[in-house]
Ligand binder design. Structure first.
Ligand SMILES: [Zn+2]
Length: 405
């Protein structure tokens, strides 16, 4: 048993990211008391209770540990050649139809061992951790068969053991139709519902089930079957929806009380209303929007009007978002999607926690929450979105302990 130790962080400025009150939920000249890995007290430095250990932060800013709530960081190979092709004029859909795109990563991922998947993902993960990420969601979806989907989720769990980070794993077997089922997507959906979901559930390898609802992937009817199975085994769902067209994927996701619907550039107001009623988070992925040079903006004003929480993530993947900087996503969310810096920061803290079903644990600095904290050398929280390609991280606390690098 580790002994109980209290740690006081004093002389801090805290972006608590709690709603209401000051912008960013900010508290100046503040202190945080940490006990048993949790936040036990937050308030003015002068009133801070005594602690066994004290760290004077010299006026630095403390935020909730950053949360990347949508990644495909585990994968074999890379797609630099596809990047070249796209620059030569091919579209995402043309590349997918030509057997490139996701399927080229499927081939590389099937050929890799768990060890190799972990080894190739670690440098990418380390980039994210170096910016203050303390929780990351990792999807499968490049196996598209039972063995490789399981292998990817095992690699995701291993990453959480190899590094000081919380990993939430999502089963994304319904990502693309594998070559063996070409022309028979319903046959593949049966494999997903009858074999892959039950096996992954039994092994405890996934925290959620995801899907890709799109003309180049699965229809709403097919996704419905996947979601019915997931709900039947008590796994929450989320969905890649309305990225390239409006198939009403978000409406479907909301019917299953999805944690989040992600991408959403082509979402219409009916989908926004459905998400609002279900409490589904809108996860925006500016890295994919940027990489694909999309023109259609996600309906940010509608999200605001309907009070939908907006999260931001890297979508780190080898094809459409080879991005390993969450801070850069803050900048792109502001510059491309016109989010305010405060909305952008909420998107990688409070709202990202909600997109993972972890809103009661992480994402805000307040009593009772886990002491996952990022400390930045900045003058104002707006700097996190303002700068581009700059990392002002000073230190990280994970479950109340200083993260060792
Ligand atoms: Zn994705």
């Amino acid at each position: 048993m580790a002994e109980t130790k209290t740690l006081a962080l004093t002389n801090a400025r805290i972006a608590t990211m709690r709603r209401g009150g000051a912008p960013y939920g900010a508290i100046e000249n503040a202190a945080i008391l940490i006990e048993d890995g949790r936040i036990a007290w937050v308030g003015p430095t002068g009133e801070a209770p005594g602690a066994e250990e004290t760290a004077d932060l010299g006026g630095r800013w403390v935020t909730p540990g950053l949360i990347d709530c949508h990644t495909h960081i585990v994968h074999g190979g890379n797609r630099a050649r596809e990047f070249e092709l796209r620059l030569e004029g091919a579209s995402y859909e043309e590349i997918a139809r030509a057997g490139g795109g996701i399927l080229s990563t499927v081939t590389a991922t099937r050929a890799a061992s768990v060890d190799e998947l972990v080894a190739s993902a670690l440098p990418r993960l380390d980039h994210l951790l170096a910016e203050g990420v303390t929780t990351i969601e990792i999807k499968s979806g490049y196996g598209l068969d039972l063995e490789t989907e399981v292998k990817m989720l095992q690699a995701a769990r291993r990453l959480g053991a190899e590094r000081d980070v919380e990993v939430q794993a999502s089963l994304l077997a319904a990502h693309a139709v594998p070559p063996e089922f070409k022309g028979d997507p319903d046959g593949y959906v049966r494999l997903v519902t009858d074999q892959i979901i039950p096996a992954v559930r039994k092994a405890g390898l996934a925290d959620a089930v995801d899907g890709f609802c799109e003309g180049i992937a699965f229809s709403p009817d097919q996704i419905r079957r996947v979601f019915e199975k997931a709900s039947g085994v008590d796994l929450p769902v989320k969905l890649h929806a309305e990225q390239l067209s409006d198939l009403k994927g978000a409406v479907l996701a909301a019917q299953f009380n999805a944690l989040s619907a992600d991408h959403l550039e082509y979402l219409q107001e009916d989908g926004v209303r459905a998400m609002a009623a279900a409490g589904t988070v809108a996860v925006l992925l500016p890295g994919a929007f940027y990489t694909l040079r999309e023109k259609q903006l996600p309906p940010v004003d509608l999200f605001r009007r309907h009070g939908i929480p907006i999260a931001i993530a890297t979508d780190c993947n080898p094809g459409s978002s080879p991005v390993t900087s969450l801070l850069l996503m803050l900048n792109m969310a502001a510059t491309l999607f016109r989010l305010t810096p405060e909305e952008a920061l909420a998107g990688v803290t409070r709202n990202a926690a909600r997109a993972l079903g972890l809103a009661d644990e992480i994402g805000t600095v307040q009593c009772g929450r886990r002491a996952d904290l990022a400390i930045f050398d900045i003058e104002t929280p707006a700097e996190l979105a303002y700068r581009c390609g700059f990392n002002p991280l000073f230190a990280v606390l994970r479950e109340g302990r200083w993260r060792k690098w």
